[in-house]
Design a protein around this ligand. Structure first.
Ligand code: NAD
Length: 287
């Protein structure tokens, strides 16, 4: 039997719709959530991601503004703009589209975003809160993966969850979130020998690598839930995940497609975080 498809596109639409009442409540208090996006250079993928975020804002009633800079912008100029956005009461969330050009220090730039407006959850304060299990902004992709798992009714407590990829924006925070749900978590990476043997034991297998078709049917435990975070552009222009969808579909119990899986959830969770940042700005208690 073929795996059940976990539809991220429709779940993302319903997550965005649930934000409407919060946005209406904010409007009644004269507040419209605002998101500022920083975009440096001409990376085509970055332009697409920023455009998708702006479209989601528009559809949800969040005000968005784009701060685009040439490739060679000086770091001091970028930090100056961030300081102004931090102080702007109309801006509740700030995202810095990654990757930044090499001459810019990403850590310094991300550290310059106010933790209260860090709706991407990349600031050390928010990542530290996640590590401690305290409230804070959780990065959109891992938060979106957790929502997908919850929506699909995938049990986590006591289950083996294996993440392939150890990035600070996906793999590591996702491991913490899965641990909070009592999964037994394994992180694999580029130096992991015999990925297939480890992956084969996973009840939940999550790929966040950036290599098309890395995960093949032989690596998947029959009935496992497979979440594909990867976004890869194939030579013919099509998008593909890290999972060999057609072959894995015959083995897995459930699976997310690319596109239409994790990607839309990442954007939806950014909207959730931006609305929450607006609520925090008017003193709504932290949950
Ligand atoms: P990254 O490039 O920072 O890290 C890749 C990770 O993969 C590293 O930890 C590396 O050790 C590991 N890796 C590389 N080769 C490997 C191999 N052969 N076997 C096992 N592990 C290997 O990646 P990232 O920023 O986390 O992004 C990963 C993928 O997810 C990319 O395709 C990216 O485009 C995509 N992504 C998607 C979303 C979304 O919303 N769907 C969000 C963020 C990233």
């Amino acid at each position: 039997m073929l795996a059940k498809i976990i539809d991220g596109k429709s779940l993302a639409a319903s997550v965005r719709a649930t934000q409407k009442s919060a946005i209406d409540a904010l409007a009644a208090r004269g507040v419209r959530p605002g998101l500022a996006a920083i975009l440096v250079g001409n990376d085509p993928a970055s332009h697409v991601y920023v455009r998708n975020k702006a479209r989601a804002c528009e559809e949800t009633g969040v005000r968005s503004e784009l701060h685009a800079f040439p490739d060679d912008i000086a770091e001091t100029a970028l930090l100056g703009r961030l300081a102004r956005l931090n102080a702007d009461p109309l801006v509740h969330g700030i995202v810095v589209q990654l990757p930044l050009p090499r001459h810019l220090d990403s850590f310094r730039v991300l550290a310059a975003v106010s933790p209260m407006k860090d709706v991407d959850g990349f600031h050390a304060v928010n990542l530290g809160a996640l590590l401690q299990g305290r409230p804070g902004f959780v990065p959109g992709t891992p938060a979106g993966v957790m929502r997908l798992l919850e929506h699909a009714g995938v049990p986590l407590a006591g289950k083996n969850a294996t993440i392939v990829g150890r990035s600070t924006i996906v793999g590591k925070p996702l491991a913490l979130l899965l641990l909070q749900k009592d999964a037994t978590v394994t992180i694999c990476h580029s130096k992991t020998p015999d990925l297939a043997t480890i992956a084969n034991q996973a009840d939940i297998l999550i790929a966040a690598v950036g290599r098309a078709k890395l995960i093949t049917a032989g690596m998947v435990k029959p009935g496992a839930c497979v979440i594909d975070v990867g976004i890869n552009r194939l030579a013919d222009g099509r998008l593909a995940g890290d999972v060999d969808f057609e072959s894995v579909r015959a083995v897995a119990g459930s699976i997310t497609p690319v596109p239409g899986g994790v990607g839309p959830m990442t954007v939806a969770m950014l909207i959730v975080n931006t609305v929450r940042a607006a609520e925090l700005s008017i003193g709504k208690p932290v949950e």
